[in-house]
Each structure stands twice: as C-alpha cells, then as structure tokens.
Design a protein. Structure first.
Length: 282
C-alpha cells in the first residue's frame, strides 16, 4: 500500500525495515499464541467486515507483510500489524511472519501510531487519544507530535479539542453516529448539555455538517436574544428600584419572577421603620 506522506515514515524510524520487502533475512515465523497486542496501541476498534476480507486474502495468499514485534518476556508484543495478526487468527493460521525489534516504550508507541495513520485511519477519537497519550505519558509537545506524524500543529490541536466534548458525544463520534465535522461544529456550543442535545438532534435528523452549522447558529441566536432580553429586564428592574428608593428614602430591592415576586425595603432603626410606614400610608 502506498504511503500517505506522514513525516519520515516507518522505514526511517525502524532501521532496516521496508514495507516493500517481503522475504527479509530478519523475518521469523512466530506462533500466533505467543504474540499479543500492545496495550498502548492507539487503535481500539477494528472493523469486523474488513478483518474478514483480510482473513480471506490471508487464507489465499498468506501474510504478505510481516508484523513488527518486540520481545516481552516469553512472549512478543505487537508494534505494528495488529490487524494482520487478528486477521491471521481468523484465517486459522498457527504461525505468522514477524520482524523482531528492540524499542523503548515511547518509540514503540510512536511507531504503532504512525503505522496506523499510514495504513488505515484511526477513528478521530482514537487518533486524538493517541496524541494525548504521547503528551501525558511521554511529555511530548504538540510541535513534537506534529514533526513525528507529519501533520500540522493545528491539525493536532483540533484533534485534541474533540476530547473536550462530553463522553456521550465522544462515543457517538467513535461509533460513527456523527462525523468529526459534526463534532467540530458542536464544539461551538458553550455548555455540555447543549453539545449533547445538539449531537442527538443531528443524529436523529440526519443533518449534514452545513445544516449542523445552521442549527448551532440558531441555538446561539436564541441564547443571545435571551441574554439581551434578560439584560433589558435587569435594566428595567434597576430603574424601578431607583425610583422607589428615591420616593421612600431607603434602599429597595425588587425580586422579580414570572407573575409574582417581592419587594424588600431596608430600614436601619425603629424610627426609620416608622418613617417608611408613614410614607407608604400616604
């Protein structure tokens, strides 16, 4: 498969590795039961239908491209090629060709993430979680991640922004219920409640990204109008308080509610109370 131009690529990160070389002298046959996925693998979802298609190809042609592994005690941890390993298991293979390499933890994770970006896109949430893990676990900056995966810093930042969405919305993106484009538009909404409400509405109505932009704008306009309405009401109540305060000579507070409310009149001495009562009784 042709590379997608993501930075320097696997062949520079892993000396001696070339995707186009099949029968490398370093290739060994490992028992599939001795190989296990990398727990730090950024990909967590694997399309079952695509795995079945790959498994069928492997039944016919075998595993053309060896997987990459690192020794882990008596077992081997996958650096790159988990889809091939899973498909080989589905195909009923007992052994799988592999290249054994020795990498530290951060290099292992980097290669795993880059390999996935080159071969088949992670879903946007998995991609963002991969970047976040590089930052949180290994102290990498967005600039450094950008250099390693060959994407712009803004692309990394935009991916990470998706993780600020509520869990419900993140799951909807992860499951393909709404797209990344939808999610980025929903980020404009100012509260988690509105974002969840918006995501459900988008999914229910089957809105396009452009239609979602219009929906979000309408929600923002309603909030703006409500805010302006509240501001006008606040100004009106304040003017009434000032007028009554001037009339009776003390501080007045109006607690406004729809259809009902209350007026609080302050007094400071018994004589002041008698004076206010006298003013009110006129």
């Amino acid at each position: 498969m042709a590379k997608r131009g993501l930075g320097r690529g696997l062949d520079s990160l892993i000396p001696g590795y070339d995707e186009n070389i099949v029968n490398s002298s370093g290739v060994v046959e490992l028992k599939i039961i001795d190989v296990e996925p990398n727990s730090e693998q950024p990909r967590t979802n694997f399309d079952r239908e695509k795995l079945e298609e790959l498994a069928e190809s492997i039944r016919t042609h075998g595993v053309i491209q060896p997987i990459l592994v690192v020794k882990d005690g008596d077992r081997y941890k996958i650096i790159a090629g988990e889809r091939r390993w899973r498909a080989a298991k589905l195909a009923g293979l007992k052994e799988i060709p592999a290249l054994i390499r020795d990498y530290d933890e951060i290099k292992l994770f980097e290669v795993s993430l880059i390999e996935n970006l080159q071969r088949e896109d992670l879903n946007p949430i998995e991609e963002a979680l991969g970047y976040k893990s590089l930052m949180d676990r290994f102290g990498m900056t967005q600039e450094k991640i950008s250099e390693r995966v060959g994407k712009s810093r803004s692309a990394i930042a935009n991916a990470l922004r998706l993780l600020t969405l509520p869990r419900e919305v993140i799951e909807m993106v992860k499951d393909g219920v709404i797209s990344t484009g939808h999610a980025k538009v929903l980020l404009s909404l100012t509260s988690k409640e509105l974002q969840i409400q918006g995501a459900k509405y988008v999914a229910e109505k089957g809105l396009s990204v452009r239609e979602t932009e219009k929906y979000v704008k309408s929600v923002q306009n309603v909030k703006k109008e409500k805010k302006e309405e509240n501001s006008d009401l606040k100004f009106y109540i304040q003017s009434l308080e000032d007028k009554v305060s001037a009339a009776i000579g003390t501080k007045v507070k109006i607690r406004y509610g729809k259809g009902k409310g209350k007026i609080e009149i302050q007094y400071y001495t018994d004589e002041d109370l008698e004076r206010i009562l006298e003013v009110l009784s006129k």
